[in-house]
Write a protein that binds this ligand. Structure first.
Ligand SMILES: Cc1cc2nc3c(=O)[nH]c(=O)nc-3n(C[C@H](O)[C@H](O)[C@H](O)COP(=O)(O)OP(=O)(O)OC[C@H]3O[C@@H](n4cnc5c(N)ncnc54)[C@H](O)[C@@H]3O)c2cc1C
Length: 566
């Protein structure tokens, strides 16, 4: 068996993974990065609207303002020690990307332009038109392509991780498939960073790429690491009718209105001060209430950008213009765009401290897969890109000194053999009339119906039963492609297993939290209940396979919970 050994192994090549890899490399570690797709196809590439830059010049604003707005938007479930770090160190990260070459949109005087994002008291979001994620991701990839880094680092592009290696309670790397050959290998590491992104596709529809299947969250859970705040699933206010493609909040940041079928700017009723730019949970619920009460058209309300003028639209929202034209044949400069709320982001994930450290020695996490927790019950727009950079870097900065005392251990072949047998088992199955795609769709649609925006215990419990049945179907379903080379059937099969794990964690945590907070709205408990529920819900798989549910207190540094109004 080929031996692959690295000091630091980063699983994921989105912004969090690349930022961690660059930092670890700069500190002299032997680094490797794995990605199931080519790095620049990671979902970070799809980020449109921008990145908050607290502390960047006057426009970024004082860090305290950003930290308070983040805390308030989190409905006070965010840990304030982590939020303070995000706000204090975020500006430096944004400027670093600018120095590396991200061409941020500019004002007339040449300084970096800002737009306003939801839940923020002022415009403090820096952006590159509506392709901010793409611009930053490509620039980070360029850094990794510099000969000094590229020649020293191993990039496992199009390798797929099937499990983490845990030995003696410590994480020692992973088992991964080289997708091109179909062979499985052990990749050992002194420190492993999970930066595998989100799980949006557990729901259908979703704004997320098809590859956002919660792999790292499930891998960490199966390995015994704690998973936190999984009930907190963000629903974005503006996704396209039908396909669910995201229409950036940047559109409202540039001044777009939300209208119901009678042409009313209905946000006046729900958030008279911030209107369309209230926090995402607030705006999404308002839209759904308009739709449910018959003031929508089909399952949509409208985004009105006509008054912005074609010049501004083409300069700052070109991608939105193209998405609307190409996918629904609408000219947003002259017509209303039908939109509806849709699943977008997971606030929960692998529980870490402020340095990306999980309770399992050798295991780190950063980015959307992690729960630090800076987003609490509801993430502020443009804070996720910031989170990936700040905590991706911090995870590496902690890991590199930590590995100094660590030694590689020989990994028994049986670790790889277990995953090989699992895959062979799937290949051996005949087609039983069911299909992976069908199970995946049934899971996604039922999650949307039963564990979506408004949650009721009857539906939540029904979904848990649904998931049991879906799991039973999953355990029996085969794949058509029996080959080794680029067998995407097998990958989709394994991903579906990861998604079912995540769906169960979301549903169980949603049943447990008996209050309404941020993105989690319980129809039977409509109010926030700080006395009983100002705490995180944590799920941990025990060595005997059972599951433990526990709670962690929320860290409060300076902002006591208040009633949330926008
Ligand atoms: C449409 C859209 C628009 C957005 N717009 C914004 C915005 O404007 N501002 C903002 O702040 N946030 C935005 N977000 C959120 C933000 O983009 C993401 O949360 C963030 O980019 C996630 O980065 P990441 O590095 O954690 O993960 P990702 O970029 O998703 O990368 C995950 C990586 O993990 C790898 N991976 C996963 N599983 C495996 C496996 N089993 N084996 C090997 N590799 C694996 C993937 O190949 C990939 O490289 C947006 C999200 C979406 C979906």
């Amino acid at each position: 068996m080929a031996v692959y050994e690295h000091d630091v192994l980063v699983i994921g090549a989105g912004l969090a993974g690349m930022r961690a890899a660059i930092a670890a490399q700069e500190m002299g570690a032997d680094v490797a990065m794995i990605s199931k797709v080519h790095p620049v196809r990671s979902h970070s590439n799809a980020a449109q609207g921008g990145i908050n830059g607290p502390g960047v010049g006057e426009d970024g604003g004082p860090w305290e303002e950003h930290a308070f707005e983040t805390t308030k938007a989190s409905d006070y479930l965010g840990d304030q020690d982590a939020i303070e770090i995000l706000a204090k160190e975020g500006g430096r990260e944004v400027l670093q990307t600018e120095h590396w070459g991200v061409v941020y949109s500019r004002k007339e005087d040449g300084r970096m332009a800002v737009r306003r994002f939801g839940g923020m008291g002022k415009a403090r979001t820096f952006f590159v038109g509506a392709i901010t994620g793409q611009a930053i991701l490509h620039v980070l990839y360029e850094q990794l392509m510099k000969p000094a880094i590229h020649n020293a680092m191993r990039n496992y592009e199009e390798w797929f991780v099937t499990s983490l290696i845990v030995d003696d309670g410590q994480c020692r790397g992973c088992v991964a498939m080289n997708i091109r050959t179909g062979e499985l290998h052990a990749i050992t590491a002194k420190a492993t960073v999970i930066a595998t992104g989100g799980l949006g596709r557990v729901y259908e529809p979703s704004t997320n790429a098809l590859i956002c299947t919660g792999d790292g969250i499930s891998l960490a859970y199966r390995a015994g690491a704690p998973i936190m705040d999984m009930e907190m699933v963000q629903i974005h206010p503006t996704t396209l009718k039908g396909s669910g493609v995201l229409i950036t909040e940047g559109a409202r940041g540039e001044g777009a209105y939300l209208l119901n079928k009678d042409g009313e700017r209905f946000m006046e009723k729900y958030a008279p001060n911030l209107m369309e730019l209230a926090s995402r949970d607030v705006v999404s619920r308002a839209e759904q209430m308009e739709i449910d009460e018959g003031r929508g058209v089909d399952d949509c309300v409208f985004l009105d950008m006509r008054h912005l003028g074609e010049k501004l639209i083409r300069e700052r929202l070109e991608e939105i213009y193209e998405i609307a034209r190409d996918l629904v044949n609408i000219d947003i400069a002259t017509e209303l765009l039908p939109i509806r709320p849709g699943v977008h982001y997971i606030m929960g994930g692998v529980k870490t401290d402020i340095d990306g450290v999980t309770p399992m020695p050798g295991l780190y996490s950063a980015g959307e897969a992690a729960c630090v927790s800076v987003h609490g019950a509801n993430r502020v727009g443009a804070n996720s890109l910031l989170d990936t950079l700040v905590f991706g870097r911090r995870a590496a900065e902690h890991a590199v000194p930590w590995i100094q005392g660590q030694k590689f251990r020989p990994i028994p072949e049986s670790v790889v053999e277990r995953d090989r047998a699992m895959i062979q088992g799937v290949l051996n199955r005949g087609m039983n009339g069911d299909r992976i795609a069908r199970i995946r769709r049934d899971m996604g649609e039922s999650m949307n119906t039963n564990v979506g925006m408004f949650r009721h215990p009857d539906k939540l419990n029904a979904q848990l039963e649904n998931l049991r049945q879906l799991r039973a179907r999953y355990d029996k379903v085969g794949v058509e492609d029996k080959g080794k080379v680029f067998n995407t059937d097998i990958l989709f099969h394994i991903e579906l297993g990861y998604m079912l794990d995540c769906a169960e964690m979301i549903t169980k945590s949603a049943i447990e939290r008996k209050e309404s907070r941020g993105a989690h709205t319980r129809l039977d408990y409509p109010n926030r209940d700080d006395e009983n529920w100002l705490k995180h819900i944590v799920l941990t798989k025990q060595p005997d396979g059972s599951e433990k549910m526990s709670y962690l207190p929320v860290t409060i540094t300076q902002w006591q919970p208040q009633e949330r109004k926008y």
